[in-house]
Design a protein around this ligand. Sequence first.
Ligand code: BGC
Length: 784
Amino acid sequence: MTTFGLRAQNNELEKKVNDLVSKMTLEEKVSLCSGRDDWSSQPIERLDIPWIWMADGPHGLRRAPATNKAGYGDQHPATCFPTASALSASWDVDLIYKVGQALGEECQALGVNVLLGPGVNIKRSVLGGRNFEYFSEDPVLSGELGAAYINGVQSQGVGTSLKHFTANNVETMRMFMNSDVDMRTLHEIYLTPFEIAVKKAQPWTVMACYNRVQGVYGTQSPYLLTRILKEEWGFEGIVVSDWFAVIDRVEALKAGMHIEMPHVSNVNDEIVLKAVQDGDLDEAILDKLVKEIVMVVLKAKSLDREGVDQKVDEHHQFAREVHGQAITLLKNDNAVLPISDDKYKKIAVIGQFASDPRYQGNGSSEVKPTQLDNVLDIIKAEYGKGVKVKYAQGYNLKDDDDYTMIDEAVKLAQESDIALVFAGLPLHYESEGIDRKHIDMPAAHNKLMAEVAKVQANTVAVLTNGSAVAMPWINEVPAVVETWLGGQAGAGAVADVLFGAVNPSGKLAETFPVKLADTPASFNFPGEQGNVIYGERIFVGYRYYDEKQIEPLFPFGHGLSYTSFEYSDIRVSAKKVTDKDVLEVRVKVANTGAVAGKEIVQLYISDAESTLQRPEKELKRFVKVELQPGETKELSFELSGRDYSYYDAKRDMWIAESGDFTVMVAASSRDIRLKETIELESTQQVPLMADKYTFAKELWDNPDARELLKEYMPNWIKGWTPEGKSMDEANIPGFFMEHPMIKFPYITHNEITHEEVDELIERCKSITYTPGYKTFKEVENVSF
Ligand code: BGC
């Protein structure tokens, strides 16, 4: 089945929709712009327009018994897959596509037409309450995984809702918080994942966020919903509000938001009706939105496989396999893992999570699983032959301050050959609607780990958490396995990895810091008085740790395997390219160990010199590759214009500057294996955009503008020109070059007048140039 395309080959549907809308009363049109109840769209029976069912999302289906029931606790059982922070650690687009397919099948089985996910918001702060529901701190990784998820779900004739659009990165005051983010950062970091997902997968719906962005509610932003989403990215679907996010429905409709969810009362319908009647809202705007709504509804219904016998309980084993690809081996000194019966006869399983699993997060994404495994039972049943497995609870999930069980656990560890300590974050530590206050695990978990490590050299920390945690005992334990929130079948995958049936292949999609104070947003999170300043700008995640030269606990992209990989033979298809060319980068990766394994190969780009400040490196491509022992594969990546670009907020465009770029092939953001430098020759022409605040330096650096300057200020420039040299060789002091045009009459003692400045600005307006880094050469030791 192909992905849903609204515009493609839909002439018939379009005709039908136009006809239907022309027959609607104004009241009917208005009614379609809100939900019918908690989970469904508004039908119009008179015209045979059906309703569709929307349900959470993202890592499983949370379908209430009926569309008018909240569905917390009483929802229909469905497969609970690993949450997004686990899925992303797989870095596996094909796998996530398959997860999407499975979710789509379950939606079909339970009559759901639109699944409310994926969430591609950036993990700006390690404290973000919904980090477990989001993919990554990196925009490209988030966007690519989001696109794969959408394509998978939609391949089953079920829509998705790409959420929460956008700059929704904090839970504190989430209905109101203003994301005070500059335009460049907004584009490069917070819009890019949505852009990739929209362009590559065309979700049927996008969910507008609760928060404000640059002072405007996400549900009411013409810039975000119309200019960016529809006009620039070509989004074909409809925008639904996050639940209860709409403040002013008239403004929302004008901005391009289609459906207010859920149905609250008829008050907003009446307000919209009156706005149309009073001429405040053009009916043509309403007509356009309504047509787009009906398109989605009819398309969804036409793909609804109602009546076909479908089951939701067939994906448990698949969910286990998925989690096996996500588990991330962070440390494995002296090859403590994997466990084999020739190495260890007596195994201590310690920690309540082993018997009472934490497998998902709190909030709207909470799935009622079809079944639930625990790792203690699985280890005993599947790996217990030939070894003795004993369990100690270690801590009390109901009481963080209960330290009474540590002694018993220490004793067990002492008597065993290896101790597996299951610890992490209890459910109430990670929740939609609440940000974390710190990155610590409960003190009892940390103490347990440290005490066990004192008596058992083979202590393995097996962590369960949806987002990064501090590890104060890191130097005391030889091995750390990050298992994330693994979903209902995750326990099996954990056992598979510990015992080597599955070779771990996950890598971090988010940086693990040593301490909270090291993190990029630590000064500006969660915000104050309803405003959160995105003060770290584009330096989010690893971009920040690079810039500040801070050593993280574990860097972005890090993850170990039971085998080893060697990178060689980097080759680029050309040493000099334009932004219009496709550059091919090839590299060989070999499995140099004794077991089969999968490696996640990352490609970063670095701009040697840039007009605007840039991160040291930015992820552009990645691939997960499976290799048998001794096997080598050659991988190929393609790069082109946008990959070299930054977003220029003044010019409102992406710019790829001429100059040198380093292409880095890496095993993690801090483990660069191979590099190659290429020269980019930009073919872009960008406007100079001179105004009275343009600096002399900007004009001098531009050949055309320089000629004009020479025309208007001959004496001034001559004054800085050494004997016998041309004016182009003038040694103009940087001090003067830092003056904006508005100051020219003053610094030149009116050699150039205010009128001439205006004229110069006008003449500069038509100037365009090829972007490239320029260094203005200034005089050293100027004496006045
Ligand atoms: C959440 C969304 C969710 C919606 C419906 C909201 O509170 O932010 O992610 O899809 O509720 O449950």
